[in-house]
Design a protein around this ligand. Structure first.
Ligand SMILES: *Cc1c(COP(=O)(O)O)cnc(C)c1O
Length: 456
């Protein structure tokens, strides 16, 4: 095990303790059959590893902003914890910006990227001094108008798509030839357009690409960064001065969902980048990163009670409270997004015993609502708990309201001052009153009163 616990042994031990403590302390039980748990220690470790990894490869004094991609885990207390760990925020909607601001992330440590920014969003970002990456020529025109009309401290750049190719998961491949993001660099005339866009606008000082994501090999990620760097060099050479002073390399480090080990690590990625693109690290460029999944995924666990244990066609089926509402991608696209499941008994202790091939089902009313199909695990019985691991990013923070299932509560955990495990509420469970209110409860007669008078 290295200094950051990358084999994940410490993480697995903390998780087991937390599940048990959650049962003992009543966060989990018959009346609270599903929770999300976040490992505060693990989040801090990942943030430290990220900082150290880039400190090791950058020239002394290089400005580096690690901006957490808020969409991965849009929870204010998480953003606040990361802020305390020196991590900023990458936001891609008014909602995400509001979350970052609620967490106290300063504008100077916030980056706005999104493919569909309205004029009002752009105006607000520039008024606040938030960094903005223009996605396309039309957006750049809007920014031109704002820059002409008011002074802004916002660092501004253009997002490019180096079109280096996709990975194993189409939906998360951002650098294919036809990806919707950024200026497609290999399209006819695009590279020249980008170079002229910078030459015409001395205030454009950044260049942005985000080419990685789950399913993308490291070599392809480094190639995306290498091509972005080569473009920055070309632009600065053509303009004759170092106008681009910062390269935003995006996020997208894949996560290992197969075991507790962290693989690849930030250290491996940073070293691979430095080997492939040494000029990016020689002190001439500041860096921005935008990691999401790799910072949070391994620190979250969904724990759900087994309400019923049954059998169908000879296969045991554990009917739990975690399904499509908290693991949407896994349920709809199980081949691309498999999750490990851990079995705990009714007291929250890891279950042992012979492994049995079984289905772990969710509570939603469609047959495909399975967290895991045909999985070998100690037999789950009524009153046990099934835990879906590595769900700290893009899972329980991304509730899907199928069957009006309530958003579960989320609790952070850390070692308690007096020993044991201490919990803090990150997000309350959604109440039935909130579900009704969010489902038009205040407008119950809206449609019946809309009918023409006298009609039936
Ligand atoms: C989603 C996204 C990220 C984060 O991606 P991860 O795979 O979660 O690291 C970073 N930058 C941009 C522009 C994104 O859209």
């Amino acid at each position: 095990m290295d200094e950051y616990g990358n084999t994940g042994e410490g993480r697995a031990a903390r998780r087991d303790e937390a599940v048990r403590a959650a049962v003992e302390q009543g966060l989990l039980g018959p009346d609270s059959p599903i929770v999300g748990l976040l490992d505060v220690t693990g989040i801090q470790e990942s943030a430290a590893e990220l900082r150290t990894a880039f400190d090791e490869v950058t020239a002394p004094g290089t400005p580096v902003l690690h901006a957490f991609a808020v969409k991965a885990t849009p929870l204010v207390p998480v953003l606040r914890l990361l802020r305390e760990e020196g991590i900023g925020a990458e936001v891609a909607s008014p909602g995400e910006l509001a979350l970052a601001r609620a967490a106290g992330v300063p504008p100077a440590r916030t980056v706005l990227d999104s493919p569909a920014k309205t004029p009002a969003e752009l105006r607000e970002a520039l008024a606040l001094g938030i960094a903005v990456n223009a996605d396309n020529p039309q957006e750049l025109e809007r920014i031109d108008a704002l820059v002409r009309s008011a002074v802004s401290r916002s660092p501004l750049g253009i997002r490019v798509n180096p079109q280096v190719g996709g990975g194993s998961i189409g939906a998360t491949s951002t650098a294919t030839a036809t990806s919707k993001f950024g200026v497609a660099l290999r399209d006819e005339g695009a590279r020249e357009w980008v170079i002229h866009a910078y030459a015409d606008r001395p205030w454009l000082s950044r260049l942005h690409a985000h080419t990685g994501s789950q399913g993308i090999p490291l070599a392809l990620m480094t190639q995306g960064v290498a091509e972005t760097y080569a473009l920055a060099e070309e632009i600065n050479r053509r303009i004759g001065r170092p106008q681009i002073d910062t390269v935003d390399i995006g996020g997208g480090l894949p996560v290992n969902f197969g075991s507790d080990a962290t693989a690849p690590t930030y250290t491996e990625y940073a070293r691979a980048l430095k080997a492939a693109v040494p000029g990016l690290f020689d002190g001439r460029y500041g860096l921005v990163t935008e990691f999401g999944r790799s910072l949070l995924a391994k620190h979250g666990t969904i724990v759900a009670r087994v309400e019923y244990a049954k059998s169908a066609g000879g296969r045991p089926v554990a009917v739990t409270h975690a399904g499509v509402q908290v693991a949407t991608r896994t349920v709809y696209v199980p081949g691309s997004w498999p999750l490990r499941i851990a079995a705990y008994d009714g007291k929250g202790r890891p279950k042992s015993g012979p492994e049995v091939v079984q289905d772990v089902a969710g509570p939603a009313c469609f047959a495909g609502d399975l967290l895991a199909e045909g999985r070998a695990l100690p037999l789950l019985e009524q009153g046990d708990y099934a835990a879906a691991l590595d769900t700290g990013a893009y899972y329980f923070a991304h509730h899907y309201a199928y069957n009006s299932l309530a958003r579960p509560g989320i609790h952070g955990f850390a070692p308690g001052h007096a020993g044991g495990v201490a919990f803090a509420t990150v997000r309350e469970a959604q109440t039935l009153a909130e579900i009704v209110a969010e489902s038009g409860g205040a407008h119950a007669t809206a449609l019946t009163t809309l009918r023409a008078p006298g009609s039936r």
